[in-house]
Design a protein around this ligand. Structure first.
Ligand code: PLP
Length: 416
């Protein structure tokens, strides 16, 4: 039996607890949606003011040099690189995850064409975040060279589907719906044993679980900065390419920011001989600047300490829902095994959408994903053990009182 007092003791002993002070969250809110939009670091306001008032307002165009705007994608990429086992100058911050997938997919397909042009299959997961599938479809239609998309239904299906026809595999390191976590090193090994290339989508794992792209021998990775990294709404995404592929192909969105000598204003495109070749055009500097406030908080701790707390909190959430909410038709779809669990917990309920709305009305902000999935994100930077206790007490009340049956919880907003 887990008690509130026990949770209070865990909080008192939590060495990461003080990091919460670096975020500004509204009073009375338990925020379980940092996996979709991270909370606001306090420092972000000061940084936004500096960028808008000083860099833009006062220094004007000088800021491209003086404030390092031109170097920002690589400088920030290197900071994020420290969280994902990247070497210097292997990571950039730019564009969106969707666009970055297009770029690295083009690179991977092109590299494979040079190796063995008979490989025409791209493997992805049916349960991947849909934009990944949409972008692959769009890319295949554009190049129109007989590529086919093969969708697998479970991680185990990869073993039986991959073969000598596979060119590229695209996987989400952590599944956005179930929270399933792939074994990165073992999956790279499997894919490489078939001479295929693998693109990791890190959207739900960057800042959530320890990642070591180099020691796991990964090829390509892309991911969001506005989820666990707390970069701010719509903040540009990251892109990482293993050193061995950085100059093997220049991606097709060959804008001037990826040019070797952009200020030569040359007539023709020559890609930079480094990771900058994955840039395209002028970046949203204000938004990009804010990412640093979130990343700097991570750099005060380490991903292994965060992972320990994340697993304790997700274990606690599972245990408490089983202790407090039995008989209410909740089904856990997140793996119990630590080795395959990301940092969110998903519970199915026949009225999942309305349950989430009723929780939000009580100040417990999670989100809903089709079909029937209540998704509760666990961000150890700003959640306590007591927060988890309280969230489960609210869930229990919503279910016990059937609050979800109230009509106002059944209307859908534009974004769910
Ligand atoms: C959130 C998310 C995205 C979002 O892509 P955008 O281009 O930023 O809209 C892509 N892939 C996965 C797996 C995600 O979770």
């Amino acid at each position: 039996m887990i008690t509130l007092e026990q949770c209070q003791q865990w909080d008192a002993a939590d060495t990461l607890a003080s990091l919460k002070n670096q975020f500004e969250l509204p009073q009375g809110v338990i925020y379980l949606d940092g996996n979709s939009l991270g909370a606001k670091p306090r420092q972000a306001v000061e940084r936004a003011q500096a960028v808008i008032n000083q860099q833009w307002g006062t220094d004007l165009i000088n800021s491209w040099n003086k404030a390092g705007w031109w170097d920002l994608p690589v400088r920030l990429g290197n900071k994020i690189g420290r969280l994902i086992g990247a070497q210097e100058n292997e990571t950039v911050v730019t564009d969106t995850t969707s666009l970055n997938l297009f770029k690295v997919l083009a690179a991977a397909v092109h590299i494979q064409q040079n190796n063995d042009n008979t490989r025409k299959i791209i493997i992805a997961e049916r349960d991947s975040f849909p934009t990944d599938i949409y972008m692959i479809e769009g890319f295949m239609a554009l190049i129109n060279q007989g590529y086919q998309l093969h969708l697998i239904d479970s991680p185990a299906d990869l073993t039986t589907s991959i073969n000598q026809h596979t060119a590229v595999v695209v996987l989400s390191h952590v599944n956005y719906r179930t929270g399933y976590l792939h074994d990165m090193a073992a999956t790279n090994e499997l894919v490489h044993a078939h001479d295929a290339l693998l693109i990791w989508d890190l959207c739900h794992s960057i800042g959530a679980v320890p990642i070591d792209l180099n020691s796991s021998n990964s090829d390509f990775a892309i991911g969001c900065t506005y989820k666990y990294l707390n970069g701010g709404p719509g903040a540009p995404a990251m892109l990482w390419v293993h050193e061995r592929y950085q100059t093997a192909f220049s991606q097709p969105l060959s804008g001037w920011w990826g040019h070797a000598q952009p200020f030569d204003m040359a007539v023709n495109y020559t890609p930079a001989d480094n990771i900058r070749r994955y840039l395209c055009g002028t970046q949203p500097i204000v938004s990009m600047s804010l990412i640093e406030s979130g990343v700097d908080i991570f750099l005060q701790t380490d991903m292994h300490a965060l992972r320990r707390k994340s697993l304790q909190l997700t274990d606690l959430l599972i245990a408490l829902t089983e202790q407090e909410c039995t008989g209410f038709d909740l089904t856990l779809i997140t793996p119990r095994e630590h080795a395959h669990r990301g940092s969110h917990i998903s519970l199915c309920h026949p009225h999942g959408y309305a349950v989430v709305q009723a929780l939000i009305a009580r100040g417990v902000i999670g989100d809903y994903r089709e079909p029937e999935v209540i998704r509760l994100g666990i961000t150890p930077l700003y959640l306590s053990y007591v927060d988890i206790w309280l969230a489960v007490q609210h869930l229990k009340q919503v279910l016990h009182n059937q609050e979800w049956a109230q009509p106002q919880f059944h209307t859908r907003g534009q974004v769910t």
